[in-house]
Ligand binder design. Sequence first.
Ligand SMILES: NC(=O)C1=CN([C@@H]2O[C@H](COP(=O)(O)OP(=O)(O)OC[C@H]3O[C@@H](n4cnc5c(N)ncnc54)[C@H](OP(=O)(O)O)[C@@H]3O)[C@@H](O)[C@H]2O)C=CC1
Ligand SMILES: N[C@@H](CC=O)C(=O)O
Length: 388
Amino acid sequence: MNMNNKRIALLGLGTIGQVVFDELVASTNGAWQLAWVVVKHPERHQTVLLPTGAQLTTDWRRAVEDPTVDVVIELIGGIGVAKEAVTSALLHGKQVITANKDLVATAGTELDRLAELYGGALTYEAAVAGGIPIIRTINEGLAPDRIRQVSGILNGTSNYILTAIDQEGLSFDAALKEAQAKGFAEANPTKDVTGIDAAYKLIILTKLIFHRTLSLAQLAPTGIDHLSPRLFAAAKEWGLKIKLLASTWESRGQLNYQVAPVALNPSHPLYQVDGVTNAIVIDSDLVGTSTYLGPGAGGKATANSVLADLASLSRGEQLTGSSACLRIENGRPLTKQRYLVVNPTGLPTGLQFSDRHATSALTPALTPTDLQRLRATNPGLETLALGE
Ligand SMILES: NC(=O)C1=CN([C@@H]2O[C@H](COP(=O)(O)OP(=O)(O)OC[C@H]3O[C@@H](n4cnc5c(N)ncnc54)[C@H](OP(=O)(O)O)[C@@H]3O)[C@@H](O)[C@H]2O)C=CC1
Ligand SMILES: N[C@@H](CC=O)C(=O)O
């Protein structure tokens, strides 16, 4: 394989692929050469100016199986075609760069194995938190450390929607449309608003840090799509901000995990993280608490992560490996927690509230059983855990 002038097949010319294409074409360092661009609808790309020697096709096999291609950059998304193309590339010993969290979260282990077996590579900095170099940080910067907890805002679309509702009074649908127009949302935005996208990213981080592969079913994420305008209004009234948090943490040898919306107090470290910004807080033995913040979606920021992987491959760096491994048994989260509760018909009954407004209140710390009991006595009660 030629390490100095890599030939690239670029799969996808959408939000991310277009920026990667532009940067590759503008690049003058001579370290790579664009050989193929693969799209689904060539009629949408009639004005694209291909560099000398590059070809446009709808047939990913021609590009991926071209023996002169060294690197496949997969920016199609989803599992179907993307998985077939990445698998084929790895079986041909190619180096693969992807931004596809769905694929890495659900098939990362088998794809890593193929990379190892056939002498290729699989890198995916762009798959978690868009422009934040969090995978490098975990694999390299924190490699000697022992990470106990990772927690963050991992979906830019959800955070954009939550901020637009809170600060601009937009409806959920109008805010989602804006996020789609800006290129933040997935082709199927259901994954963004139901917590699946954040869960995929948490699965990737959990595997890197704790060497455990969680499934989507285990995580059972809760998204932001079911939150009512009444709940948003109550959160605002209490000075709280609703954020979709994804967390994995180790406690007494057990691994806990959760993807769910939480109402944050102003004192919470992620309270100020608004819009498409993502943030990840890591607690580790040597560094203590460190926070990583930046754009979690969008063409330019995410393309930078893709190109950073390409630069690393060109330098011949080995990008796999992860930080110190904990031996962990499965565990379930949650002991006692406070909640914001909103009742359509006045204050909920069955509890004494010292913090209360007309139809909403902040509970004292409740066990899951206490919460269940409160819900049973107050049909229609909406609850959201407090992040303090
Ligand atoms: N958007 C974002 O902010 C972020 C996205 N990602 C991930 O990056 C990846 C790409 O996302 P994004 O750029 O937004 O996606 P887009 O939907 O904007 O682009 C997808 C591209 O793939 C092409 N494509 C789709 N199906 C096929 C097919 N069967 N054969 C060939 N080409 C195909 C499309 O072709 P055509 O143009 O002809 O329709 C299009 O160019 C996804 O995995 C996404 O999750 C990661 C981080 C941030
Ligand atoms: N749809 C995703 C894109 C980046 O991963 C998001 O909104 O975070």
